[in-house]
Design a protein around this ligand. Structure first.
Ligand code: SF4
Length: 304
């Protein structure tokens, strides 16, 4: 058996090969879920985004959901590029607007398993209002937030999850704002499933993603992820490996923890990063309630 040199995988000859029906391209078990003509990706060496996308695609594969019944919507930022790499119906929309776009998809086709895959800046700064209202309405889709603690793509600016005193390109003497505790925001706004993992917790993350894909209602998963280029180099986490080691040494799994108790506290060096599945509850979805009201209105008006 010949060993293919990695650069051969990106040669025009290889890229033009079409897999047999039902078979993978042979490069990777998730080949059929990736647009191989878009590879190599743009993410920096040591970035955690490859791990997060890999985990999502593995969960999708494990869930048995057909790619043609799936949609991925991303906003702007490094994580937003994920929509361009997945070989399902995917949409890379304007900054902060992934959630309203996904809501429209679900209203138009309630059977479409929809996932919003985006970053902390996109989802919780310009898109923050959309996030809380989609959670309040319990719109039936999953929101994966890859939290890298900064605006990585645009040069490492401070964002809504940047730890208070962290040095960034816009806070060269350290910041002074309180970051969001994302699981508490999601749970407080009404999400029926809330979990936080890091790129170190791959198996747990895949399990959570699969649970979210299988569950009805607004499901939120925060993934803490290395960004050596934009954030890490300013705060002593200069490589992806250093950040992964940091996650390994500083995380504590606490399933069912109260989301209001899991804020990240970088001021306390002994504080742990709490990860786990925090919320898993049932509530009527936006689609169900909307359907009932429309049905009642039709019957009252005598409209078929
Ligand atoms: Fe990843 Fe950060 Fe590079 Fe963006 S800037 S690709 S988040 S390492």
């Amino acid at each position: 058996m010949s060993i293919r040199k990695s650069r051969d995988w990106f040669s025009p000859d290889y890229m033009d090969q079409k897999p047999k029906k039902g078979a993978s391209h042979g490069l990777h078990p998730l080949d059929n879920y990736l647009r191989k003509d878009r590879i190599p990706h743009i993410w920096c060496p040591g970035c955690g985004l490859g791990i997060t996308l890999n985990a999502y695609l593995r969960a999708l594969k494990d869930s048995g959901i057909a790619p043609e019944n799936t949609a991925v919507v991303s906003g702007i930022g490094c994580s937003g590029r994920a929509a361009g790499y997945v070989d399902v119906d995917s949409f890379h929309v304007t900054h902060g607007r992934a959630i309203p776009f996904a809501t429209g998809l679900k209203v138009g086709n309630r059977d479409l398993v929809t996932t919003v895959f985006s970053g902390d800046g996109d989802l919780f700064a310009i898109g923050g209002n959309h996030f809380i209202h989609a959670a309040r309405r319990n719109v039936d889709f999953n929101v994966i937030c890859v939290n890298n603690f900064n605006y990585g793509m645009t040069g490492g600016q401070a964002g809504p999850t940047t730890p208070t005193e962290a040095e960034t390109s816009t806070t060269p003497w350290g910041g002074f704002e309180q970051p969001f505790n994302l699981p508490a925001v999601a749970a407080g706004a009404g999400a029926v499933y809330v979990a936080r993992w890091t790129t170190y917790h791959v198996e747990e993350l895949i399990k959570s993603l699969k649970e979210a894909l299988d569950k009805k209602g607004f499901c939120f998963i925060e993934i803490l992820s290395p960004c050596p280029t934009g954030y890490g180099r300013k705060v002593g986490l200069k490589t992806g490996v250093t950040t992964m080691r940091y996650f390994k040494e500083n995380c504590e799994v606490k399933n069912d923890a109260d989301p209001t108790d899991v804020a990240l506290d970088p001021k306390d060096p002994k504080s742990k990063i709490i990860v786990g599945k925090f919320i898993d509850r049932e509530a009527p979805t936006y689609q169900d309630e909307r359907g009932k009201v429309f049905e009642a209105a039709r019957s009252k008006l005598g409209v078929k």
